[in-house]
Design a binder for this molecule. Structure first.
Ligand code: ACM
Length: 470
């Protein structure tokens, strides 16, 4: 029989059968239980005219099963088709990254993203909480991080051309931050939906907002720096004093206490070394550490952050640049720059998350730029996300086993509000979810048709997605 209900991502095995379950309260009628005979990641859902039963090998798999059940019962109007589903994900890490630093998203808007993630059985929200253009997390003992670092006086309008004289600014103060209590609330909201939140404190680069708040954290404290009002990469990176390392210890310790996830992301991307090269203090430190290459200062940061976080039972995740300097063996690499980086990282034995910009940066245009809102560049269509090659061709079995999963990135330089975030996320995130889940491969035409029937579920959450092409 034809599928009576479109499911996205498609479960591994779905067998529809004749008959319906007539009920006005399907959630009340669903029996739920753990089953230790099932693998930890697997759930089994059956709906018969007599009722519905969900069993799973773990709480996480139960959450997946509930999220599939939600797709079946919403919109079924009390007459629910019978089905047997056996399902488990391909990847443990099915992630979405939200850059709430370049543009702040209110808590309720993050909750809407969490609702939509759960609908697609995505299970990790990576929150990019700090960057040059804004510091978004309350850190006790450092009030200026949010009083000063969370606000910029104005923002560049339009694209950041090379010619600085052509830049214009909007004159509008932008910012905001999350209290520790708000973040704990979000963690709980996510947990109830089967989602783990992994915070990122981007270091030692992308720190201009912190340096604006506390100039002594920079390399040249006498130099006054504001929160950055343009995009690109700032030269103002962390300095190397004991005070800076004490600051990092305080920040990472507090962040570790807010987020129960066993991982913390420490950024590590795009850290220019110019200030360290010009700083006599940095050179002296390098000598003291017995190092010769200035770039190795970054390795000291990676190692230090990892040691602090290990004391709190956390493992470090970082962008792939950290592979270029010293790093602990248990670091998890988030590969973004080059698809071949997945080979490099796994060859060296590092667990790796595939977040590569060519297919998984959802700030890229999703159709011809002339017809789309201004974006950072690139072009990645829905079909690209559904069909594109995500892993390098020649990856051995040992290397594949080191791949934790897939993650889509929403960088927000050109996403001024929640509606813009949603437009870029959907429906491409539906395709990413299907691939991260490891749904049985279908033709793109089949996926598109199924997606067309699925999109009203996004409407129900008030999500303003990009409509499918006719
Ligand atoms: C990045 O896009 N800088 C990770």
């Amino acid at each position: 029989m034809p599928d009576p209900i479109a499911l996205v991502p498609l479960p591994r095995s779905v067998v529809w059968s004749e008959g319906t379950w007539e009920t006005t309260d399907p959630w009340e009628g669903l029996s739920v239980g753990l089953n230790s005979d099932l693998p930890l990641t697997e759930y089994s859902l059956s709906i018969s005219p007599q009722g519905a039963a969900l069993t799973a090998g773990s709480e996480a798999a139960l959450a997946d099963g509930r999220n599939t059940f939600a797709q079946i019962v919403t919109g079924a109007n009390g007459s629910i088709p019978c089905v047997t589903i056996a399902d488990s994900p391909k990847y443990a890490w099915r992630g979405l990254h939200l850059d709430v630093a370049r543009h702040f998203l209110p808590v309720e808007e993050i909750e809407t993203f969490l609702d939509a993630m759960a609908l697609h059985r995505l299970n990790v929200l990576h929150l990019h909480l700090t960057d040059d253009q804004g510091w978004r997390v309350e850190i006790k003992g450092y009030p200026r991080l949010t009083e000063v670092g969370a606000w910029r006086d104005q923002t560049l309008v339009g694209r950041m051309d090379a010619d600085e004289d052509s830049w214009t600014f909007d004159g509008v103060r932008h910012g905001g931050s999350y209290s520790q209590e708000e973040l704990k609330g979000l963690v709980e909201y996510a947990r109830k939906r089967g989602i783990m939140i992994v915070p990122e404190i981007d270091l030692p680069g992308h720190m201009q907002a912190a340096v604006a708040a506390y100039p002594e954290l920079g390399n040249f404290p006498e130099q006054k720096v504001g929160v950055r009002e343009v995009w690109g990469i700032s030269d103002h990176v962390l300095g190397v004093s004991d005070q800076v390392f004490d600051f990092l210890r305080d920040v990472l310790t507090q962040v570790a206490a807010i987020f129960p996830a066993p991982y913390i992301h420490i950024g590590g991307d795009e850290c220019p070394t110019g200030e360290w090269e010009r700083s006599t203090a940095a050179r002296a430190r390098l000598n003291e550490w017995g190092l010769t290459r200035i770039s190795e200062i970054q390795g000291r940061f990676t190692t230090y952050a990892s040691e602090v976080l290990r004391e709190h039972g956390k493992r470090v995740i970082a962008w792939d640049e950290v592979l270029e300097t010293h790093l602990p063996d248990d670091t998890i690499i988030m590969n973004w720059r080059d698809p071949a980086g997945v080979t490099t990282a796994t060859d060296r034995g590092f667990q790796t998350i595939v977040a590569t910009s060519d297919l998984l940066y959802l700030d890229h245009y999703q159709a011809a730029p002339a017809d789309e809102p201004l974006a950072i560049g690139g072009r990645t269509t829905l079909e690209d996300v559904y069909t594109g090659r995500l892993l390098p061709k020649k990856l051995g079995g040992d290397q594949e086993r080191l791949i934790l999963g897939l993650q889509a990135q929403l960088w927000s330089e050109y996403l001024p509000d929640a509606s813009a975030f949603q437009y870029m996320a959907f429906p491409r995130l539906c395709a990413l979810a299907e691939r991260a889940w490891g749904s049985p491969a279908q033709s793109y035409a089949e996926f598109e048709e199924r997606l067309r029937a699925h999109l009203p579920r996004l409407d129900a959450f008030g999500i303003r997605y990009r409509p499918l092409d006719d």
